[in-house]
Design a protein around this ligand. Structure first.
Ligand SMILES: NC(=O)C1=CN([C@@H]2O[C@H](COP(=O)(O)OP(=O)(O)OC[C@H]3O[C@@H](n4cnc5c(N)ncnc54)[C@H](O)[C@@H]3O)[C@@H](O)[C@H]2O)C=CC1
Ligand SMILES: CC(C)CC(=O)C(=O)O
Ligand SMILES: [Mg+2]
Length: 352
């Protein structure tokens, strides 16, 4: 039997990044081990604030090249609030990576594993189950590389929406819905911003191509309200880059916090998988961080690889997380438990 080796770039990054990535790598490798026809070749690459402090660049070309040439990338988190460019902004190599690899489709699944994990008390396991599809390459974040005349009296950031970028993200969202409960909610601000009027126009055009899919359009402020009031009503939420960034933290809060929220940044032939959270400097280095989001991101990575055994390993890893979390005692501190990062990894490994 021939064996297919997948090249996986591992970018542990800063803060809790290395702690959660270590668990995800361990579980991803264990999930693949029983399959004789696949193999993972892992290459650790140094990126982020600590790399900047050492060598002056948070995403050196050599690191970018490894990512581009890999089959997939597993990323912890990058950045430190104290490490900034001279203009005051933090370094955002994760956004550089999304833009340079054209990873336009930001998939952020939200799933409630147990009623007790949610601050909303009326939802049972599985009753909150939706995915945010975040446009990852345009939107307000595009202002980062499009500097306007900034003075110490006035500064402005321009929201970029293109027809091309909107077409592809809406197609991705409707394709997701076709594999789920066939509902797409557009979140925009088309009552105020001309860019959002264009976004909505293109949405309606793509919606017409998917007559089986129910659609809903909601302004972003109301979306924040409805996510708290009726999270069970959402299936696929599609939105621009910064609204997606903000709402995905809110959504993570509905199911236990940032430690429970995985993500995948997907392009045409390349993808980066990482938790939705950041480097959590407040708990870094204490073996306290919840590795579940990163482990679920690793399960997404395996399911994205183009091989039936890798997909099966990904499904197995996903099921192991679900099985482990069925025991309410199997939780780290952020979700009311007492396990350390490594003990949480051990508990999931036992369920594989
Ligand atoms: N994708 C990335 O690499 C991201 C990087 N960042 C960077 O991370 C740094 C910290 O940003 P924050 O705004 O504090 O966001 P954060 O997501 O790192 O933390 C927010 C809160 O959630 C908690 N938290 C996050 N992940 C957790 C986990 N796995 N287990 C338990 N608790 C967890 C933290 O302790 C903190 O209370 C900043 O430098 C920021 O720029 C922020 C978001 C995403
Ligand atoms: C550095 C951040 C803007 C990245 C982030 O918050 C995210 O990707 O969710
Ligand atoms: Mg974010």
């Amino acid at each position: 039997m021939s064996k297919q080796t997948f090249q996986i770039a591992v970018l542990s990054g800063d803060g809790i990044g290395p702690e959660v990535t270590q668990q995800a790598v361990r579980l991803m490798s264990a999930a693949c081990e029983p399959f004789e026809d696949i193999d993972l070749s892992l290459q650790e690459v140094s990126v982020g604030a600590q790399e900047y402090l050492k060598n002056g660049d948070p995403l050196p070309d050599s690191a970018f090249d490894v990512c581009r040439e890999s089959d997939a990338v597993l990323l912890g988190a990058m950045g430190m609030p104290s490490v900034r460019w001279p203009d005051g902004r933090e370094m955002t190599p994760q956004i550089d990576l999304r833009e340079r690899l054209d990873l336009y489709n930001g998939l952020r699944p939200i799933y409630l594993y147990a009623a007790e994990d949610s601050p909303l008390k009326k939802y049972q396991a599985g009753e909150i189950d939706f995915v945010i599809v975040r446009e990852n390459t345009e939107g307000l974040f595009a202002a980062r590389t499009d500097p306007q005349d900034q003075t110490r009296e006035e500064a402005r950031d321009i929201m970029l929406i293109t027809r091309k970028g909107s077409l592809r993200i809406f197609r991705a969202a409707f394709d997701q819905a076709m594999q789920r409960r066939k509902k797409v909610t557009l979140v925009d601000k088309a009552n105020v911003l001309p860019s959002m009027v264009l976004f909505r126009e293109v949405f309606e055009e793509i919606a017409a191509e998917y007559p089986e899919v129910e659609t809903e359009v909601v302004y972003v402020d109301a979306a924040a309200l409805f996510l708290v009031q009726r999270p069970q009503s959402f299936d696929v939420i599609v939105t621009e880059n910064m609204f997606g960034d903000i709402l995905s933290d809110l959504a993570a809060g509905l199911v236990g916090g940032m430690g429970m929220a995985p993500s995948g940044d997907i392009g045409e032939d390349c993808a980066v998988f990482q938790p939705s959270h950041g480097t959590a400097p407040d708990i870094a280095g204490q073996n306290k961080a919840n590795p579940v989001a990163t482990i679920l991101s690793a399960a997404m990575l395996l399911q994205w690889l183009d091989h039936p055994s890798a997909k099966e390993a990904g499904v197995k890893l996903d099921s192991a997380v679900k099985k482990a979390l069925a025991d309410p005692a199997v939780r780290t501190g952020d979700v009311g438990g007492s396990l350390s990062t490594t003990e949480m990894g051990d508990a999931i490994l036992k369920c594989l």
